[in-house]
Design a protein around this ligand. Structure first.
Ligand code: PHE
Length: 431
């Protein structure tokens, strides 16, 4: 083991850190509007189906690689399946690119959090709210300042190390995040007209389950569990050796799904309580529509909501940042401080370009979530399913009785279903 790698202090810290990586902007803004667009409860069922039968096996494959090698993505592949080590470089590159553009959106949430404290959103109309969002993203100094602020916060947490920084921050902030979200759900459900929002979210409409809905459900379940770029691999390499990976994975997926549903219950009833707002507004839902909703709620709700968005974004961005730092520490023998500084400066450069050039931003998003993540996931399942001896994954599963019982199912999914399904998606995405 490389000197200074660090490890999580407990099982709780490991689960909170993994849940922190999984729960992010994907849960808060992407999930609610996707559910609305693609048939409500029908989409939720499809999403849960993909989580269980494709994403969880990928999670375990990636986790097993990290936990048994106790290395970063490149080191792990080089040790277990040298022919596939190119995918390690790809994962690290993808994690770096996501860190850069994700921090731009993280910066927006920092901006909105500061605004909710200093100015509030009182009396704002939809046009005014759209104008605010537009002015933030179009004013170079402001968008850069909040981006640097967010990236700086990420770097500081990672600098504090695996145990105190990442583990410590996640242990405290994740339970708090759940409490904050619950408060908003209660407030949101008490608004007049909330029933309509619930209806939008929950009424199953199976006629809307078409090709795009299936692709979105699958893509979302991958993105939401942070798969394919080495975040799960790297975090699992910090897990206590005798830790039960099966239970950790189940808890992470469960928390991630519950949180996505909570975000849906927080957002949609609130949007519906204000007539004339567009629930399928997509990415602008959180930053344009919700401030208008908050004018109705007032008080502390907007502050709590944007703090929740900020915390969720931070616990995800530290997991991507850490992938690159772990590689520099393990493979280049760097000290943590130096590695953090280097990644910070490099992400500053790429992120600044993303912040100012929307085309570069979308290209980074497209390349990472449609190509790198799927290819990375494909390599992880091939290596665990076909390259390493079966005893390795079996050992990780058999440390718990339910894991041992479910191993044959996992093995079948991992060896046969996952590679075929993921390869099909990778090809569709590339066409
Ligand atoms: N899972 C995170 C979210 O839902 C995003 C993410 C993707 C984090 C890939 C790490 C790696 O927002």
């Amino acid at each position: 083991m490389a000197v200074g790698r660090g490890s999580f202090s407990s099982r709780f810290a490991a689960i909170m850190a993994l849940a922190g990586s999984a729960i992010g902007l994907g849960n808060i803004w992407r999930f609610p509007y996707m559910v609305g667009q693609h048939g409500g409860a029908a989409f939720i069922l499809l999403y849960v189906f993909f989580c269980v039968f494709l994403s969880l096996p990928v999670f375990f494959a990636e986790g097993i690689l990290g936990k048994t090698s106790r290395l970063n993505p490149l080191g792990a592949l080089r040790a277990k399946a040298p022919k596939w080590s190119w995918a390690g470089y790809m994962g690290i590159l993808a994690a770096f690119v996501i860190t850069s553009y994700y921090s731009v959106v993280g910066g927006w949430s920092l901006d909105y959090f500061i605004r909710s404290i200093s100015r509030g959103f009182h009396g704002m109309t939809m046009e005014e709210s759209a104008a605010v969002f537009h002015s933030i993203t179009a004013t170079s100094w402001e968008v850069l300042a909040v981006f640097v602020g967010f990236l700086g916060l990420t770097a500081l947490i990672v600098l504090a190390g695996v145990e105190k920084g990442i583990g410590g921050f996640s242990k405290v902030m994740m339970p708090l995040l759940f409490v904050m979200m619950l408060l908003i759900v209660v407030r949101s459900l008490s608004l007049p007209g909330a029933g309509e929002g619930l209806n939008y979210l929950l009424k199953p409409d199976f006629s809307k389950i078409d090709g795009p809905a299936i692709a979105s459900a699958l893509g979302q379940s991958f993105f939401s569990l942070s798969l394919g770029v080495g975040c799960v691999l790297t975090y699992c390499s910090y897990m206590p050796e005798d830790e039960n990976l099966f239970a950790t994975g189940m808890w992470t997926a469960l928390f991630d799904t519950i949180f996505a549903l909570l975000a849906g219950f927080a957002v949609m009833p609130a949007v519906f309580s204000v007539s004339g707002l567009e629930p399928g507004a997509g990415p602008s839902l959180v930053f344009e529509t919700l401030p208008v909703v908050f004018t109705k709620m007032g008080g502390i709700v907007p502050v709590v909501f944007f703090l929740a968005v900020l915390v969720a974004a931070l616990t995800s961005s530290i997991s991507m940042f850490e992938v690159v730092v772990a590689w520099l520490i393990d493979e280049k023998g760097m000290r943590r401080g130096r590695a953090v500084l280097l990644v910070f400066l490099a992400a500053l450069a790429l992120g600044a370009v993303c912040a100012l050039a929307p085309k570069v931003f979308s290209a980074c998003d497209f390349a990472t979530s449609n190509i790198f993540m799927t290819l990375g996931a494909l390599v992880f399942v091939i290596v665990i399913g076909w390259v390493v001896p079966k005893s390795e994954p079996f050992k990780e599963f058999s440390s718990s009785p339910s894991g041992a019982r479910l191993f044959p199912v996992f093995w079948f999914l991992l060896k046969w279903i996952c590679p075929i399904a993921i390869a099909a998606i990778a090809v569709t995405n590339l066409l």
